[in-house]
Design a protein around this ligand. Structure first.
Ligand SMILES: *Cc1c(COP(=O)(O)O)cnc(C)c1O
Length: 395
């Protein structure tokens, strides 16, 4: 047998944490890393946050799972909490981001079929987007690295350059039922869509009677200093997906929609065995208790500004390596002049975890609970790493 017991679909690095505390991870030998990755924007409250642990422990001892065939007071309460704080009127809970996208895409499809417009089954989506790894979510991208070996995939999307409103306007036809976009691209390299682009997409949807779907799986839930990234742009979607930070590390996602967008989602059209279980609801509740306060969101904004300034001050000392910083709040990208993947690996050896993204960007996605001292330590470690770094020569 040569295949490992863990299906070898990941190129794993040699960091093997067994314990986490606040902004730090530790391996079995006691090696320590400053965690500026947070999973990938997942551990919003850092590791071992007492409020999150307490809520999950208490719920685990009370009621872990019930079928969605039964009434679900906990789920109803958390759904109402999200409705009260967003554009949405209704919520479907999932176990992951890709599942939230599946629900969003089904909701859009049903919106049109229920109104007698079955021809509007396709979406406009954007290059360098990431919406997950299910067959549907890879079908709506043009990324070879996600799609390779999975053809034939259904022709469910027209993929356009991110930020190109003219292309979106020109690509409109009767088959398009919605526009799916990350307000701030994550995997694609921390690229904010900007007000003009997102407002333009909103206007386009309104003009054509189709739905605007925001994928906030990475940029949502406090990461940018607002509860939802769309609040920065004053542009509201019809459907929105959440996951990652919303459970603080517990696997849970959500698809939010307006009443109009969800008009086709009647009994029997969708479901999930685990979606919305009491344990996941306790995790969302506890995460929102901490994140969704004006003081905490102001803290995220302040730390985001501080981190950006510190990185910008660092760049001139290593300007053969680093170019500039982009992003919003604590969703920042450090643009490199060479391969960011190699540098992220090198930085790990200097005790700091970051995540590589497209366009040679190093993603900084720290826990939202970071303090000034973590920012100082981050910049010291990145500077140490940069000083000791020899840019790999292309073969
Ligand atoms: C991570 C991510 C997803 C997929 O989430 P999974 O939980 O891995 O399925 C979808 N959209 C965006 C924007 C993401 O960052």
């Amino acid at each position: 047998m040569t295949i490992p017991a863990m299906m070898p679909v990941y190129g794993r690095c040699d960091v093997a944490p067994v314990r986490g505390e606040g902004c730090y991870l530790y391996d079995a030998q006691g090696r320590e890393w400053l965690d500026f990755a947070s999973g990938i924007a997942v551990n919003a409250l850092g590791h071992s946050h007492p409020h999150l642990i307490g809520a999950i422990q208490k719920q685990a001892a009370t009621l872990m799972h019930i079928s969605n065939l039964y009434g679900a007071p906990d789920q109803a309460r958390v759904a109402q909490r999200l409705v009260d704080r967003s554009f949405a009127d209704t919520v479907f809970f999932t176990n992951s981001g890709a599942e939230a996208l599946e629900c969003a895409i089904k909701t859009c499809r049903r919106h049109h079929t229920a109104a007698g417009r079955p021809e509007k089954y396709r979406l406009l989506t954007f290059s360098n987007a990431f919406h997950g790894r299910t067959m549907t979510t890879i079908a709506v991208t043009d990324q070879a690295k996600l799609r390779d070996g999975f053809d034939p995939l259904p022709d469910w999307a027209t993929v356009l350059p991110f930020g190109d409103l003219e292309a979106a306007t020109a690509a409109m036809d009767d088959s398009i039922g919605g526009i799916l976009v990350e307000p701030i691209q994550g995997e694609g390299g921390i690229r904010p869509g900007g007000h003009a682009f997102l407002q333009g997409l909103r206007d386009l949807c309104d003009a054509h009677g189709i739905l605007l779907i925001f994928d906030e799986v990475q940029c949502g839930v406090g990461r940018t200093g607002k509860l939802f990234a769309y609040e920065h742009y004053g542009v509201t979607p019809d459907i929105m997906t959440l996951a990652k930070g919303i459970g603080g590390g517990f696997p849970v996602g959500a698809c939010l929609a307006t009443e109009n967008a969800a008009s086709g989602m009647v009994v029997g059209t969708h479901g999930s065995t685990y979606g919305g279980n009491p344990l996941a609801m306790a995790a969302i509740d506890a995460s929102l208790d901490v994140i969704d306060t004006p003081d905490f969101l102001a803290h995220v904004t302040a730390m985001g500004d501080r981190l950006r300034q510190s990185l910008e001050q660092m760049i001139p000392n290593h300007d053969h390596l680093f170019d500039y910083v982009r992003g919003v709040g604590l969703m920042l990208g450090l643009k490199m002049k060479s391969d960011s993947r190699a540098f992220v690996g090198h930085a790990r050896d200097h005790g700091i975890l970051t995540v590589a993204a497209g366009d040679n960007v190093v993603r900084l996605l720290p826990p939202l609970i970071i303090e000034e001292r973590h920012i100082r330590e981050c910049v010291e470690k990145l500077s140490d790493a940069a000083r000791a770094y020899a840019v790999p020569q292309a073969a």
